[in-house]
Ligand binder design. Sequence first.
Ligand code: GAL
Length: 991
Amino acid sequence: MEFDPKWLTDPQVFQVNRLPAHASYMVRGADGAPLEQTLDGAWKFFYAQTPGASPQEFYREGYDVSGWDEIAVPGYIQLQGGGKYGTPHYVNTQYPWDGHERLEPPAVPERYNPVGCYVRGFAVPQSWDGPVCVRFDGVETAFAVWCNGVFIGYSEDSFTPAEFDLTPAVHRDGENRLAVRVYRFSSASWLEDQDFWRMSGIFRSVALFTKAQTHLADLWVKPQLSEDLAAGTLRAELKLEGMCVGEATLTLDGKTVLAPVTGGHAVLELPVERPRLWSAEAPELYTYEVTLTDAAGHLLETVRGKAGFRRFELRDGLMLLNGRRIVFKGVNRHEWNCRTGRAVTMEDMVSDVRAMKQNNINAVRTSHYPNRTEWYDLCDEYGLYVIDETNLETHGTWQRPDGAESALPGDRPEWLGAVLDRANSMLQRDKNHASVLIWSCGNESFGGRDIYEMSRFFRETDPTRLVHYEGVFHDRRYPDTSDMESQMYTPAADVAAFLEKHPEKPFIMCEYMHAMGNSCGAMDRYTRMTDVIPQYQGGFIWDWVDQGIETDNCLGERCLACGGDFGDRPSDFEFVGNGLLFADRTPTPKLAQAKGCYQDFDILPDETGVTVKNKSLFTDTADYVLLVELTKNGARVKSSECSLQAVPGETARAELPFAVPQAPGEYTVDASLCLRENARWAAKGHCVAFGQWHISRKAPEKPCTLPVTLVEGDCNIGVHGRDFSLLFTKNAQGSVISYRWKGRELLQRPIALNFWRAPTDNDTAAGMELAHLPFKTAGLYAKLRRAKAETDGTSVRIHAKYALPGGARANVTYTITGDGKVEAALKWKGKAVESVPEFGLMLTLPAEYRNVAYYGMGPGETYSDFTSGAHMGLFGFDAHTALQPYFNPQESGARTGVQAAAVTDAAGFGLCLAGNGFMLSALPYTPHEVENARRQYELPPKVKTVVRCAKGQLGVAGDNTWGAGPHAEYHVALEKGETFRFTFGGMGGNG
Ligand code: GAL
């Protein structure tokens, strides 16, 4: 048979000569060595923009490839060659050729369908006398294989393995030539319309393998449990090929059973008394071994694996794990590495699984395709619940005007085979993983009969797991496609309302909390719901890591690029970045928010004790150390460790071993549950849950008695004291233009009114700019109407009245005392408004004042709806690195609940600030400068520190990034007369 290019556009041809899918495991031979060898490494490579432009007969044995380039396997074509091989292309739901070539399924682009021709040599190991096969773990999106000029096979489905038998073509001695042609687009592209970078290549490993005379073709290990979970049986179902004579054994915990091999199947069972149960909290695994021997008792093959005993079921309308109601504290994860794309490394995966565990994430959805098989090993071992998702998304086909009718695969018989094949390849590969609890039929592929058939396939083949599909929400014709109601981005209140009416099925949010830019506000609305609505069993944040690509920008500097930055069009630009992590895997502040919301324990300290509610399924609080600390003004004054016992579902209380003093000060009682011993994913002492009680006991203020002088000039009002002077100009600028402390000027610009913040991605999507338009200019173009000063000898008051664009008015009163303290009071004189982005003043200091220390909510940034990972304390940051590097520069870095702060130079000289729980921001830019820049490298040089003090700022929101603004309680409303007060003054210097 020869390769036929028509296969590329025939949905019914998704494989030719591919070997049957089976579980992934490593087979070892008689000597214990793997019966496989890697073909990863450098391959000869030729790139062409269309199949027609590529060398047609390159797979022939004599074809000269010596002049070709080399490319790394595994790897993406577009991320290698320094731009020679096209660029990655980011689109969300639209197809990448939209507007370039008018296509109907199953057609593929003709003018631009890059192919990569790959060639490499290999030699068959001397010791191999059985069949010689090749396995491709992942090739995007379609490929054909030749060996020594002989056509071997063809396969689609980028994310599951394809194996072929090379035996008839292979030379046992000497060199062989393996040739692969990889197509960027095929009919399969219609089924792979995920919201990700569109690229192609052999992006996962390739291996050559052989088989012993009797070969373990497949293995399904089924840990089974008695109804009361007390007794277990490990059942191993073996599929055999080859001679099929001899014996098979199964060994576990030192016990072995054996069975004669007389045909293509064998079943082995071993009882396990009181098995230790697997869960994400305690990922107990048993190592088993399966062997095959020939009739003479010689060892042929050995396979080792890990099994977890657990029962996942739907009972009385709830999802239960080992009998307990499970709550998914989940995240969606695309495979991503900012240098190699979806060709992720072992280090990437280990880093991800550890970071997830460290941040209380217990579940992951492999959005939206099966991941590298090692990922599931890690989830088994570290403990993460997995929704394993079929590689299927056809979003672009049903976003058209004819919507439902044009949706693929719909009820179409010609796509059914491909769809079922994808499901089968995933199920067969991943079926032995304890972590996989749910099979997902794919993402956003509408509804219909084909996907219903897929769900039936899962259920019938594997009754030990549940089936998930969100598309039922869009097409309710086949409600049985999904065992649970699954929705995305539904507001929490609507979830509750839905469950009031439809409590029959358990409910999960397969995507929620759209973590694009500064986001994830009010996440606790969802997580609190898991405590009160039994059917609401959790959700999966969208998503884990920004899909940014490291490249050079137009200034020749390294940067992380997003969609469109490669000239890729059409594009959905920054939408490719919605991660809790930045693309280089540094955490964004959103990770702390998620960690706080996903705690398994509610910790509620008060003035006399600590109450702990255990919401875990299987873990006793006594497994952790309870650390209780008393702090005064941010410093620890008392600390105690104890053990508190609350079994899952129970609440316990410990009394404080100390009293909270009555003397003035800022006090907190901090309580945390910490790891007693090193865990696989974090060191001893790591905090898994935290709670705080805070009280502010204010000391009566001592009036300042130092003298202060008022100088009424023609143009300026001057105020002078021992260590300071202040100038208020009455001219056009109309503001405080100078504050000198011990002879040094601290203001680089006049103090300004500020009502604006640089819009976040969520803001822009929700139309925040238009809705708040007058407030963009209100601070920029405020005009002084009148200023007057008065003094009583111990203080000076300057009253300034401003007219604002749009007809509103605001007053600022500065009250200055002899110690240099300035109380600023900003008063709103306009009509009541329901929402303003921010309400405060902006002080601009020279750049050297960039060290910020504060007592308030931290340690990371906080907003009114973004405090779940934060608490009161004494924290610090560098103003010049406080802006988060989101693709689109936007508001970030703020702190709420601030009582006191200092913004100083390296010697501690600078400005101190105080107030009553105000919002503090310190950045090297004004909000307008941040707003103007559309990429980080467009931001102006860091020549100042812009300090914003405000009564409040709009919450960051997070329900989605296509219209959902902050919830009502996180808006800053202004009554007429609304006043914000804070004080500033100099600090540091000699004496
Ligand atoms: C969802 C989709 C995700 C992603 C997200 C927006 O509808 O399933 O893949 O596109 O929207 O970021």
